[in-house]
Design a protein around this ligand. Structure first.
Ligand code: HEC
Ligand code: HEC
Ligand code: HEC
Length: 356
């Protein structure tokens, strides 16, 4: 009898406690709502964060990035072509907020909360995998943007290769990587020239394709495809989207007029004779069993203007590493392109890494 009563009393006390707890939560929520409705929430960027908010947000961000980066593995990053690509895009898309060696941040960004760190001095101790994750996905509520397109990990790794070396990099070295010898007067061509050279011959590495002697129609359609996002590149997309139609046409015409120089392109490792013979066989005859068409049917050789379809790019004299990258992208569905791109996706579908 006594035990039953005490059990009932305990249950009653518990219910009372529960009711109080619910009441407190409801009151708090109502208070918060009134606080927000009355326009009292502290949103002013010039006030900065309270130290406790800053620490909480920053450690939440660091931990989230650390966990998500665990699945990644960095490829080898010590490569001049990757550095040029990363530095070139850094000057396009990151420098205004983060500054660069010898280049301060724009004044307005210093009024942002959180303030974008001056990366040449304050990159922090992030692993390459963590850097990759941050640059690929961006950080919510901070203005740190995501990469301009999905599925271009190769481009994001190039940025990581550059960020790995940004601390202590001299201003001269940065200028040389991001601008080359040709780039940076304030003209449109001066901007293209940073990466492609004024004469369209690129920068002597696999980083940037040679544009010289390509058909104007192909160049123009490719610029339009980048601008609309149909050809996926976080590096070319913002550049192409910034041009108006007249500028796109002028650039396409300029580069189409440049003489395509004789094909003497540095190849990373001299290709073995066996590989060259095999490539030649595929290019000339294809492989019917594996549904690989003869590349030469569309791409040349020596097919001059008028003989080759104006939408089929010329491949002779192009950088080997660029060709291999584009073939992998076509095969794996990551490239997109003009409305003729599906033709090429089909042509690349059967290629193995060795074929490429
Ligand atoms: C509109 C301004 C803006 C642009 C453009 C921008 N960022 Fe950021 N970025 C930020 C802000 C703000 C943070 C700070 C986030 C924080 O404090 O939690 C940040 C953080 C970072 C971090 C992490 C640094 C650290 O120590 O926590 C890296 C790395 C980074 N940005 C790289 C880049 C790269 C590479 C680009 C260009 C592709 C870029 N950012 C473009 C605003 C920007
Ligand atoms: C920061 C470096 C950079 C700048 C600046 C740049 N490009 Fe590019 N461009 C690239 C890269 C990298 C690619 C290859 C992207 C890919 O993988 O699709 C490319 C590809 C291209 C292509 C496609 C070539 C082909 O064979 O399919 C065209 C056309 C082009 N760029 C034109 C231009 C023009 C015109 C400008 C100036 C308005 C310009 N680019 C500025 C880096 C740059
Ligand atoms: C039926 C015609 C056709 C055949 C066959 C063909 N291609 Fe292509 N190729 C194209 C077209 C069209 C494009 C341009 C796609 C676009 O507009 O984005 C292209 C683009 C390319 C590019 C990208 C060039 C650049 O500047 O970005 C490479 C590399 C390439 N092809 C290699 C090959 C190889 C290797 C083969 C043989 C296995 C082959 N192609 C067979 C039509 C063809």
């Amino acid at each position: 009898m006594k035990r039953v009563r005490s059990r009932r009393r305990r249950r009653l006390r518990f219910r009372l406690l529960l009711r109080h707890a619910v009441l407190v939560v409801v009151l708090l929520a109502a208070g918060a709502l009134m606080f927000v409705a009355a326009g009292m929430a502290p949103v002013a960027a010039d006030a900065g964060h309270w130290p406790v908010t800053r620490v909480l947000l920053h450690s939440a961000m660091s931990r989230a990035v650390e966990v998500r980066a665990m699945k990644l593995r960095a490829p080898p990053l010590d490569d001049l072509a990757l550095l040029q690509k990363g530095a070139g895009h850094y000057a396009t898309a990151c420098m205004d907020c983060h500054g660069a060696p010898g280049v301060p941040r724009r004044h307005v960004v210093r009024q942002m909360t959180p303030t974008p760190p001056f990366l040449p001095e304050k990159l922090g101790r992030m692993t390459p995998e963590e850097l990759f994750w941050v640059v690929d996905h961006g950080i919510k509520y901070t203005a740190m943007p995501a990469w301009g397109t999905r599925g271009r990990g190769d481009e994001v790794w190039a940025m990581v290769a550059f960020l790995e070396q940004i601390e202590g990099m001299s201003p001269q070295r940065f200028r040389q990587l991001a601008y080359g010898v040709d780039g940076d007067d304030d003209s449109v061509l001066g901007d293209c020239a940073r990466c492609h050279g004024r004469d369209g011959s690129g920068r002597g590495t696999d980083a940037f394709p040679r544009l010289a002697g390509q058909e104007g129609a192909y160049l123009l359609a490719s610029l339009e495809a980048y601008a609309s996002g149909k050809r996926r590149s976080g590096i070319m997309q913002p550049v192409a989207a910034d041009l108006d139609e007249h500028e796109r046409r002028a650039m396409a015409e300029h580069y189409a007029k440049q003489p395509a120089k004789a094909a003497s392109v540095p190849v990373r490792a001299p290709a073995a004779a066996e590989a060259v013979a095999r490539g030649r066989r595929l290019a000339e005859r294809g492989n019917g069993m594996r549904r690989i068409p003869a590349c030469a049917a569309c791409h040349g050789p020596g097919a001059g203007p008028g003989e080759r379809n104006r939408m089929y790019p010329r491949l002779d004299g192009q950088y080997a590493g660029y060709l291999a990258l584009q073939l992998r992208l076509f095969r794996d569905g990551g490239r997109g392109g003009t409305r003729y791109a599906p033709i090429m996706e089909r042509a690349a579908a059967g290629l193995s890494d060795r074929d490429i």
